[in-house]
Design a protein around this ligand. Structure first.
Ligand code: SF4
Length: 599
């Protein structure tokens, strides 16, 4: 240690004894002198053991720092205390400023240790839920030492960049206009319903926690001891808690099931259309001006117009979380399918390709799905189109696109959308879209099958030898109509091949059906990929045509009912042992092959 003494600049956290760090406790204990603001000294007094105390009032920070340096230079160990973190609006910077002014050098000056503590943004966030899960900033509204014009610029920059914002020093007895002007700026960029948390005296005796909105925040008590946390465009309120998702995820699919990342999923570039990588891969998607919007009378609309189109689409997706907009009938369709559960619809619904949902299918669900949104409109809180993603194919067995279908896909994809050819016998269409219902209607009018993607049941079939071996086509169509697109615990393929050749690999899929000699062979639990890939287990042969669909539907119903989220079908089959009466066998089934030659 330097013979000149030591300066310990200590952040002691919110002020209760349970949230002070071990190092802060030790640093206080080893100090000979404690220097701090009156209130802070009182807060840590139970931790002191006879040290000399130098306490001063508010606004006397400079004199405290000078006194601390003076005493350290006399050879003492001096603790300079700050609430929260000493390096975040605390005493650390000021102590260094005093030292710098004196020409202090690290190698021969007093030793300095800054002891970190829990800052207000962290302690207040913990009481509100999890509002600071994404990029955030702190802004002090105190204009004693910072010009108000600078503070305004910072508020505008943070607001336009969609930061979660923690406002420190929001109001005092004399500074009352700052928080009002700040709210006014924020309202130009953010939805009035943006969640806001007001935390006063976190973890202290008079702690007060209020969850409100940007629009309503000034109707609550905000003072010197309040920290104001303002959510970003994704932030939501759940059961009185403010939660900011960790990222901007796509929220719209035909399925209406949010595409939150599953525990084992990795983000791919194509799943992050807003990322730099995706924009480099498809520069046209980010070709719009990138300069941030400044404040204007027209507020949010102008701010979002100036953003790249891909970003605007992403912004729009977040509206689902705040319940601002949902494509009502599409969500209703998905919900009506999801509501099927173990009781699957009968053959009366069979049709060749998808059609618009009927009034009956949407009845009773639109109130849930609509959430106050205008029917058919999928727009974000700032009127930008949502990113819409669906799988399209020309048919279950039919693998041929017409020229009109290709032209339609090209038209709806435009410059900003994309078409991905997949191994699932379908093209995935991703396109910013303000009216998914209208888009789906156009696709279906052109006789596309339009299906949700993600963790759903997919019905795949061979092309039945160019539709020449078409005996099993009605079964494939029925399965598509009844099961295609239903939500599954995990993406599941139901594959049907039209003869014993099974040249489209049905026996490798989760559920395989092979039409042979007038009946259907059923295979369950294939695993197509990975080092331990294996064919599905043959569980039944020669199932009559009037029974096969019921049997498959029973298998699916059981999987939907008992499968764990994210559990693949082959794992489910192995775990439960028996599905719809079919028993799982651990040993892979073998096929006896007569030797071509030999004894
Ligand atoms: S599985 Fe049979 S019916 Fe289907 S395409 Fe292959 S050969 Fe033709």
């Amino acid at each position: 240690m330097s013979p000149l003494g030591k300066l310990l600049v200590i952040g002691f956290g919110p002020g209760d004894m349970e949230h002070i760090t071990k190092r802060a406790l030790d640093a206080l204990a080893e100090s000979e002198v404690i220097i701090g603001y009156n209130t802070y000294v009182d807060l840590i007094r139970p931790l002191l053991n006879g040290q000399e105390i130098v306490r001063t009032g508010m606004t006397e920070e400079v004199s405290r720092a000078q006194e601390a340096v003076r005493q350290a230079e006399m050879g003492k160990k001096v603790a300079v205390i700050s609430s929260g973190d000493a390096g975040v609006y605390g005493m650390a910077g000021l102590v260094y400023e005093v030292l710098m002014q004196k020409g202090w050098r690290r190698e021969d000056g007093v030793e300095v240790e800054v002891v970190p503590g829990i800052s207000a943004i962290q302690s207040c966030a913990s009481l509100l839920g999890a509002p600071v899960m994404h990029d955030a900033c702190t802004i002090s509204l105190s204009d004693h030492l910072t010009p108000w014009e600078t503070i305004v610029k910072r508020v505008e920059a943070a607001a336009s960049a969609d930061f979660v914002i923690a406002l420190y020093n929001p109001r005092s007895g004399r500074r009352t206009r700052q928080i009002v002007e700040t709210q006014s700026i924020l309202l130009r960029y953010r939805d009035p319903q943006t969640p806001v948390g007001l935390v006063k005296s976190a973890y202290r005796e008079r702690q007060q926690v209020i969850v409100t909105t940007l629009e309503d925040m000034l109707n609550h008590d905000i003072g010197m001891l309040t920290t104001v946390i303002i959510g970003n465009s994704s932030t939501t309120v759940y059961d009185g808690l403010i939660v900011t998702p960790r990222g901007y995820q796509r929220k719209y699919t035909l399925d209406a099931t949010e595409q939150a990342l599953k525990p084992h999923q990795r983000l791919r570039t194509e799943a992050e259309p807003w990322s730099l990588g995706a924009q480099e891969a498809a520069p046209q998607a980010g070709a719009a001006p990138t300069t941030p919007a400044g404040p204007s009378a027209s507020g949010a609309a102008v701010a979002t117009q100036a953003r790249p189109q891909a970003m605007a689409a992403v912004q729009a997706t977040t509206a689902v979380q705040t319940g601002a907009a949902t494509p009502a009938s599409l969500a209703a369709e998905a919900l009506s399918r999801l509501a099927v559960g173990g009781k699957l619809p009968g053959a009366a619904n069979a049709r060749w390709s998808g059609q618009a949902p009927t009034a009956e299918s949407t009845a009773g669900t639109s109130a849930v799905a609509g959430a106050g949104a205008p029917a058919g409109m999928a727009t974000g809180g700032f009127g930008k189109p949502a990113l819409f993603e669906v799988g399209v194919s020309p048919g279950v067995g039919n693998k041929k696109f017409t020229a009109r279908q290709m032209a339609l896909l090209a038209e709806v994809a435009g410059d900003d959308g994309e078409l991905e050819y997949t191994p699932d016998h379908q093209i995935v269409l991703r396109v910013p879209c303000a009216d998914p219902e209208e888009l789906v209607g156009r696709l279906r009018d052109e006789r596309f099958i339009v299906m949700p993607i993600g963790d759903v049941f997919k019905v795949k079939a061979c092309d039945f030898c160019n539709m020449e071996k078409d005996d099993a086509v009605p079964v494939a169509e029925h399965l598509q109509v009844v099961l295609g697109g239903l939500q599954a615990p995990k993406e599941t393929s139901i594959a049907l091949n039209g003869c014993g050749m099974a040249c489209y690999g049905a026996v490798l899929e989760d559920i395989g059906i092979v039409y042979r000699k007038g009946g259907y062979d059923l295979f369950l639990g294939g695993k197509k990929f990975g080092r331990n890939a294996h064919a599905a287990q043959p569980v039944a042969e020669g199932i009559p045509g009037d029974q096969i669909t019921d049997i498959v539907e029973n298998v699916i119903a059981e999987y939907k009912e008992k499968g764990h989220p994210n559990e693949r079908f082959h794992k489910f089959f192995k775990r439960v042992g028996v599905v719809a009466g079919f028993r799982h066998e651990d040993a892979p089934a073998t096929v006896e092959v007569n030797a071509v030659c030999g004894d």
